[in-house]
Design a protein around this ligand. Structure first.
Ligand SMILES: Cc1cc2nc3c(=O)[nH]c(=O)nc-3n(C[C@H](O)[C@H](O)[C@H](O)COP(=O)(O)OP(=O)(O)OC[C@H]3O[C@@H](n4cnc5c(N)ncnc54)[C@H](O)[C@@H]3O)c2cc1C
Length: 390
């Protein structure tokens, strides 16, 4: 991005020195810092964040910790082949296991974490047939999944007008901001909130200077963890990560009626009941696909009305409940739906992670681990490496 002379106030403050500077304090930046700490506790790390922790998608998402990816399992197989689809699935399963082992530990209740599985519901017969085929494939691979009839769906999650559904048993959910706070408490790094990074320069001595509106950071390595915001910092991301908006609506509390979070319409729409009884529903960006892009976090009547109509049609017990919150956030979609890690082609000391395509809570912790593997010379999966785009 470009910066005016007037805003470039670097001459006003001293240069700060760090071994590594991470840009972006969402789940990706924090996960990367966590694994760098583990790799080498002596590393001096700074995290530079334009607003505050979780200001981006990480503090605005629905809190599904989902296995797999943007598509259901059979579509993943047609796109990637069986072995890679299984690898992608296992990568997400490992993400959850690592989160539980290293971050959540005994604090599950505190961060509203629950592992109740997640339903995929079908409103049409052909959709249900497709989901049943997905369940068959998953069972053959020993992935735990169950199939439910229309009446069982209604009984288990209170949702009407669905033909049936399947439930993958190992998915989880959480309060994403409490998860970030817990993660932050386990990281040794200096956090600079309210600090916007503009660009970096290379010095004759081989260090990098990250220019920010809070002065210069001199460092050996920069890591961009900006997801949807990545193209603002470097043109390399222009044709690799696309800023894409998603909207959410929340309704006032009701007595518990859902035994797990739900997806509908092939992962495009989703809803879940919070531990306090409030209902969150998101999705429907397919209605305004061409305008649900870019960096503005406003909400639109078309999508907000569609979300509310969905509640009236499928969750009629909530039809008279008030809407308490409406919001949106910016995701980073990659070209093939999978996240990407790598170094800039012209600078092997400037790394990045991003492109989570709406699934960063289910993927970023393990992606941060893989990025640290890459930095320290260990192999990473080809489907995760940004080299697949060059
Ligand atoms: C409405 C919605 C619902 C979602 N639901 C789910 C879900 O249920 N499950 C799931 O897995 N995923 C979900 N996602 C996607 C998930 O939230 C993202 O994939 C994930 O949060 C990406 O994390 P990140 O750290 O890479 O990016 P972000 O959280 O976006 O963090 C990037 C950070 O960079 C900062 N930044 C930007 N520019 C600069 C700069 N120049 N200098 C310094 N800092 C800068 C931003 O302020 C931001 O905090 C959802 C997303 C949205 C928007």
């Amino acid at each position: 991005m470009s910066t005016s002379y007037w805003l470039d106030r670097t001459y006003r403050s001293d240069k700060k020195n760090y071994d590594v500077v991470i840009v972006g304090a969402g789940i990706s930046g924090l996960s990367t810092a966590f694994w760098l700490n583990k790799e080498d506790p002596s590393l001096k790390i700074a995290i530079v964040e334009k607003h505050r922790i979780g200001f981006g998608a990480s503090g605005r998402n629905a809190g599904f910790i989902t296995c797999g990816s943007v598509e259901h399992f059979n579509r993943l197989i047609s796109k990637h082949g069986l072995q890679e689809a299984v690898d992608i699935w296992k990568f997400a399963e490992t993400n959850l296991k690592l989160l539980q082992e290293h971050i959540i530990q005994e604090n599950g209740k505190e961060i509203e974490f629950a592992k109740r599985g997640a339903y995929s519901l079908a409103a049409q017969d052909n959709e249900f047939k497709e989901l049943q085929n997905v369940a068959k494939t998953m069972r053959e691979l020993n992935i735990p999944v169950e199939t439910y009839s229309s009446s069982e769906v209604e009984k288990n999650v209170g949702a009407k007008n669905f033909v049936g559904g399947i439930k993958y048993l190992d998915d989880a959910e959480t309060n994403p901001v409490l998860l970030l706070e817990l993660m932050r408490s386990k990281i040794k790094a200096d956090l600079f909130e309210g600090t916007e990074a503009h660009r970096y320069e290379q010095t004759a001595e081989g260090t990098r200077i990250l220019k920010t509106d809070n002065g210069d950071f001199e460092t050996s390595m920069i890591i961009y963890c900006l997801n949807g915001y990545s193209p603002n910092l470097h043109p390399y991301f222009d044709d690799k990560i696309y800023a894409t908006r998603a909207q959410i609506l929340m309704m006032e509390k009701a007595p518990p009626f859902m035994d797990g979070p739900c997806y509908a319409n092939f992962y495009l729409d989703y809803f879940r009941q919070m531990p306090n009884g409030a209902l969150l529903i998101g999705g429907f960006r397919q209605l305004e696909k061409t305008t649900e892009v870019g960096y503005s976090d406003h909400i639109t009547p078309v999508i907000q009305n569609a979300l509310h109509d969905f509640v009236k049609e499928h969750l009629p017990t909530l039809r008279d409940k008030k809407v308490t919150h409406r919001w949106s956030g910016i995701m980073g979609f990659s070209r093939d739906g999978q996240p990407m890690i790598g170094a800039l082609p012209e600078d092997n000391q400037v790394y990045f992670a991003g492109g989570y395509t709406g699934h960063g809570i289910g993927l970023a912790f393990n992606t941060g681990k893989s990025l640290v593997d890459m930095i320290f010379g260990r192999d990473v999966p080809a489907w995760l490496s940004a080299r697949r785009f060059s």
